[in-house]
Design a protein around this ligand. Structure first.
Ligand SMILES: [Zn+2]
Ligand SMILES: [Zn+2]
Length: 979
């Protein structure tokens, strides 16, 4: 039946082949259910299909260890669910993200090398250039995924700027605008002067920075605007922003400044206004009396706190910087200077004018752009926002228990639920506009005539308010997370519900489809089952998918037309936040530390299966992984062990075939069972397999990849290879030319025993391959195909059934029975070692049982019935059974093994003629020594002359030799009598 496997296990040789096969054969495609097939749709056999979205990697991305862990976890779960569903429905949906800032930066860098800029190229040409880059290089990370065998549906692969997904983005924007949830306003945003765009709070990273606190004296003026000679000293970390000051604030109860209440100041250095700008002193409880001098300058256009303060006191906002962080026309003499150059110049000028009261060292947190590391400039600008509140309320409700105590979305580990809720309960309106060229351009048009804005699903030709044709589209694009936040609804056809393989026409044919058919994907796959992702994008992505998913899905009726519940509006039912992969010393991997492990390199050395198994064997909720190559080496050896087991098995199958013993293929593919009278090892390995399957399924239910992997490892290596295969050899002694004169019925019964043994062997191995398959998809696919020698019952092991426990045909008592035998054999082996019994020597053994505990059989009986196994595995000749206290058992040395005790009797085997020879020679030698000693001692010349101690020594030697001679003569007599 099976075909030969190469002698050596070589992962590279098999992995490329199967990775390519899985993609070519579209094995993991999950077609749109046929809505007209009542079985497929209404009955939903096996409940909901398992559906999971791949967190779309950036189109600029390269696979790192975090991806590898994330994808291994997703692939294990998807393969497991696919195999566990009788209809093999599981959808893992892949795609890539257009990654606005990252991709634009990448192409901008190329342009710089070519001596040009995006501005020189112009918007249209630049965007085309990015598309070209995407077409050439954008697929790198997905190619890596293909090689790693991720069981995704490649037919559904998307890019966040695909036409259908862009339609969804536009619909979402327009709908939110219609609902009054999108507005445009001036607000303090985090501005990156390098990227020249607003970035979200989440894209700002804070670093501790050793800076200064400059103390500046602001002249106090009287009602006529004349200097009073008094000063109010303020402290600031950014002196250049004083060009935009519109007030100085003090705490109302600060006793140092009570005399200044109601007074005005003049901003030093101001040159645009004659004599400098006059600004009020305002009283605000927000001011911290302990910080600096207790007086703070207020620059509403350049600081979020100042902005809020400015709103409270109705202060004007003066923006003093342009998009690139240079001082604009508001800065008078400083106009055109870079913000840091201006800072130096201003400090010098203040000092020259005697207005610098002091400079103090000051350590504070400075925000940097996450993409380019430039210091972020808080800056007032006009942006588009989502009014987040009604969306956030639903997103909170989805995670909190309902009246029945059920949550629509569950987090694992549970602690992230708190983190999520805490963020969601303190959420601010979301700034969704970015001043980039690469992305979804905001579908809003500004009218030059009436200055109103037209937001539209289809590009307008005239202003919706005044009809003017003088309209221009907004230049901003949407935050990348706006489109990725919509993915759970948009990938299943929202809003147009045109299922992909229904073959519906493009977006211009709106309104022509059969809604029931076109909603098939959404009906079948939304909500998705699970999201597996990292903590770093919990707010960026997970939270936004929950908000946007619920908001738009709630308007899509259920299949039967009834309104959709919150539980069915959420984008996913479960969120699993995976841990970090650290290096072997538990250090975070970083390029600066140089401890980054490239998963592709490790895969090249050890094979994908071993790397996957390493990650799985350490992955459990909330525990970081210390990736150690030594472990991967160990799992490479595990794969090798399985390979060798397969080769041994195939060899036996071939030999059996020669004597016409053939396993019925119908016996494979399910869960093996055993007859009541099957040998112990068969009943045991089958019971172990069922128990193992139960434990693995339970572990995977609970995201305990580590437990699942370790349980399978123990089963395969320990139970199957180390024990079962060794015992099975007893039953498989082919060829079966038995002793001459063996009767036909004896031969037939031998045939049956061997067939049963072979069937158990092959069927348990086949099931174990399926059990292992989600963890090590490549080697299991290779061996499984070899087992069926080109005639497999399915196109892939991934499309067979996952092992699960059943209750009939399984003898669970075989497990404790086998444990007794294993203990017995283990202890016997130890005893043999303790007594230096040569490996190959076969010795007799005595067993005494001290308990009547029922194994279904008495322990002595059990060992008796299976003596063959003990004899073979422990190299035992005969086993004698005693009861505790029997005569002759006192002198033996006993070892307890829980329920029984054993003693070994070791008798050396003797070669009689050789022994007689040896004893005879010894006797002759001793007689010679005695004769010589007696001769000397009887010589008076010797005894008189020799020193006393020599004479004494000789006498002792004589006596000793006589004793030896006597013993040897007796031994020789015994030997002769024994014959
Ligand atoms: Zn930047
Ligand atoms: Zn207009």
């Amino acid at each position: 039946m099976p075909h030969d496997l190469p002698k050596a296990y070589d992962p590279t040789a098999i992995e490329d082949h199967w990775a390519e096969y899985w993609v070519r054969e579209n094995l993991f495609a999950q077609p749109t259910p046929d809505q007209h097939d009542p079985v497929n749709v209404s009955a939903r056999p096996g409940g909901e299909p398992f559906t999971i979205l791949l967190p779309p990697p950036n189109v600029t991305g390269r696979l790192h260890m975090g991806h590898m862990l994330n994808q291994t976890e997703m692939d294990i779960l998807t393969r497991w669910h696919r195999m566990s569903d009788p209809n093999h429905r599981a959808l893992w949906l892949p795609g890539t993200d257009h990654a606005g800032i990252a991709t634009q930066m990448m192409v901008e860098r190329q342009l710089v090398e070519e001596g040009t800029t995006r501005q020189q190229l112009g918007r249209e040409a630049f965007v085309e250039r990015v598309w070209e880059w995407k077409r050439h290089y954008g697929g790198a990370i997905l190619s890596q995924m293909k090689r790693l065998g991720a069981s995704v549906d490649w037919q559904r692969e998307y890019f966040t700027m695909d036409d259908n997904l862009s339609v969804a983005v536009r619909e979402a924007f327009v709908r939110l605008h219609e609902q009054g949830l999108i507005y445009r306003g001036a607000y303090i945003v985090n501005w990156c002067p390098r990227c020249q765009t607003a970035i979200s709070d989440l894209e700002v990273v804070y670093d501790e920075h050793k800076g200064h606190l400059w103390e500046i004296r602001y002249p106090v003026i009287d009602e006529a605007g004349k200097d009073t000679g008094q000063f109010l000293t303020v402290a600031t970390t950014r002196p250049e922003t004083m060009l935009g000051d519109t007030a100085v604030a003090i705490h109302p109860e600060d006793e140092r400044y009570l005399h200044l209440h109601g007074k005005k100041l003049r901003v030093p250095l101001q040159t645009t206004e004659e004599g400098g700008r006059e600004i009020p002193i305002v009283l605000d409880e927000w001011v911290s009396r302990g910080f600096g001098t207790g007086a703070v300058k207020v620059t509403p256009a350049h600081d979020p706190n100042d902005f809020a303060l400015g709103q409270r006191h109705h202060l004007p906002s003066i923006n003093v910087m342009d998009d690139s962080g240079h001082i604009n026309a508001e800065g008078g003499a400083y106009t055109g200077l870079d913000r840091y150059v201006a800072r130096k110049r201003i400090v010098a000028d203040l000092e020259a004018q005697g207005l610098l009261a002091g400079i103090k060292d000051h350590t504070h947190n400075v925000g940097h752009c996450d993409r380019c590391k430039t210091v972020v400039e808080p800056r007032l600008s006009t942006q588009w926002f989502i009014k987040i509140q009604p969306l956030a309320d639903k997103a909170i409700a989805a995670v909190k228990p309902d009246a029945d105590g059920k949550k629509a979305i569950n987090f694992t580990p549970e602690q992230y639920e708190k983190t999520y809720l805490n963020w969601m309960e303190n959420i601010h309106d979301w700034c969704i506009s970015r001043q980039l060229w690469w992305g979804h351009r905001i579908p809003a048009w500004h009218c030059a005539t009436c200055h109103k804005i037209t937001v539209a699903r289809v590009d307008p030709t005239a202003c919706a308010h005044c009809g003017s044709a003088e309209i221009t589209q907004e230049t901003d694009v949407l935050d990348t997370w706006f489109s990725s936040g919509l993915l759970p609804v948009s990938v299943f056809g929202w809003p147009n519900f045109r299922a992909r393989n229904v073959g519906a026409p493009g977006p211009s044919h709106l309104g022509t489809w059969d809604e029931k058919v076109d909603r098939a994907d959404f009906n079948a796959f939304y909500p998705t089952s699970l999201l597996v992702t990292g903590f770093d994008i919990l707010f960026f992505w997970v939270a936004r998918m929950i908000m946007l998913g619920i908001w738009f899905a709630q308007d899509v009726p259920e299949e039967d037309g009834s309104p959709r519940s919150l539980a069915n509006s959420v984008p996913f039912r479960e969120v699993y936040i995976h841990a970090l992969v650290r290096d072997a010393n538990r250090e975070k991997m970083s390029k600066t530390k140089g401890n980054v492990i490239d998963p592709i390199e490790i895969v090249k050395t050890y094979g994908t299966d071993a790397v996957r198994f390493t990650l799985a064997s350490m992955a459990s909720p909330g525990t970081d992984i210390a990736f150690n190559v030594a472990r991967t080496e160990g799992y490479r050896a595990f794969a090798n062990k399985i390979w060798n087991a397969a080769r041994f098995l195939f060899m036996n199958v071939d030999r059996a075939a020669e004597v016409d013993i053939k396993v019925d293929p119908a016996a494979l593919g399910g869960m093996p069972t055993t007859a009541d009278d099957a040998p112990l090892e068969a009943r045991w390995i089958v019971a172990e397999l069922h128990a193992t399957a139960a434990k693995v399924n339970e572990a995977l239910e609970n995201y305990r990849y580590d437990d699942a992997a370790n349980i399978i490892y123990q089963f395969f290596w320990g139970s199957f290879c180390d024990w079962y295969l060794e015992i099975a050899k007893l039953r498989l002694d082919f060829p079966m030319d038995g002793p001459a004169g063996e009767s036909a019925s004896e031969q037939a019964s031998k045939h049956d025993v061997r067939l049963a043994a072979l069937t158990t062997l092959v069927s348990v191995f086949e099931a174990a391959l399926r059990l292992l398959s989600p963890f090590m998809p490549f080697i299991t696919e290779e061996i499984w195909h070899a087992l069926y020698d080109g005639n497999p019952p399915a196109k892939s092991i991934a499309l067979t059934n996952y092992p699960s426990e059943s209750y009939s045909g399984v003898d669970r008592r075989a497990i404790p029975q086998m444990i007794l035998l294993q203990d017995l054999i283990r202890v016997t082996r130890e005893e043999r070692k303790n007594r230096d019994i040569p490996e190959k020597e076969v010795v007799p053994m005595s067993v005494i049982t001290s308990s009547n505990r029922d194994f279904g059989t008495n322990p002595n009986e059990l060992i008796k019935q299976n003596s063959e196994i003990v004899q073979r595995l422990a190299k035992i000749s005969t086993i004698t059974f005693y009861n505790r206290g029997d005569a002759g058992t006192e002198d033996l040395s006993w070892r307890s093994i829980g329920l029984t005790e054993i003693a070994l009797i070791h008798e050396k085997q003797i070669d009689v003629p050789a022994e007689r020879d040896r004893l005879t020679k010894d006797i002759a030698k001793y007689e010679k020594i005695i004769a010589s000693a007696e001769r000397q001692l009887n010589n008076p010349g010797f005894t008189a002359k020799a020193p006393a101690h020599i004479v004494e020594g000789l006498k002792k030697q004589l006596e000793e030799t006589k004793r030896l001679l006597d013993k040897t003569r007796r031994d020789l007599d015994d030997l002769s009598n024994g014959e």
